[in-house]
Design a protein around this ligand. Structure first.
Ligand code: ADP
Length: 165
């Protein structure tokens, strides 16, 4: 039984994430999506919202599950008996960053291997941060995110926001 975990912020999930999830679900017997909740990061969607969106998006994929992690990813994998950590790569920038993280994770836990999956070309420029920015200005992101995420973004940015200076 080959198990892998795909951790990320998923703030929000995009078609780029879905591409990696669908391809990985065909390779691994079980794929666990891990929603990372890092106290030092600011998210648009709460951890509960990100978990709920992902659960809905993968509900038809029987070998894919979703979990939340508030600590170190390698500790979560160790605890859950998952030996492979999967990360998606969009280009050199991602690779430079991901390579360093993978070396760090290896220093933390030698039993866990990181594997990289290059994105399909149509998702090369899709990233959650850019999508949030475009959506915040009312731009159309419907080609870049699943419909339920598109609706969730509209709801976030149309809700009255507290005034802050
Ligand atoms: P993080 O804050 O951990 O980088 P993200 O949600 O931005 O969280 O990314 C999670 C994973 O998904 C990372 O491995 C990232 O490289 C990958 N990813 C994000 N967008 C894409 C995309 N368009 N194509 C392929 N992989 C992607």
């Amino acid at each position: 039984m080959l198990k892998a975990a795909f951790p990320g912020s998923f703030d929000p999930p995009t078609m780029g994430h879905i591409n990696i999830i669908q391809r990985a679900a065909r390779i691994f017997d079980r794929l666990e999506l891990i929603v990372a909740e890092n106290r030092n990061k600011k998210y648009l969607f709460s951890a509960e919202e990100r978990v709920a969106m992902l659960r809905t998006l993968v509900r038809d994929q029987k070998n894919v599950s979703v979990d939340l992690c508030t600590g170190l990813i390698v500790d979560h994998l160790e605890k859950n008996g998952i030996p492979l950590l999967l990360r998606g790569i969009r280009g050199e920038g991602d690779f430079a960053y991901e390579f360093e993280i993978s070396v760090m994770n290896r220093a933390l836990n030698r039993r866990i291997e990181t594997v990289f999956m290059p994105t399909d070309p149509e998702y090369l420029v899709i990233r959650s941060s850019a999508i949030k920015e475009v959506a915040s200005f009312g731009g159309d992101v419907s080609a870049m995110v699943p419909p339920l995420v598109c609706e969730a973004l509209k709801a976030k940015f149309s809700a009255p926001r507290p005034f802050s200076d």
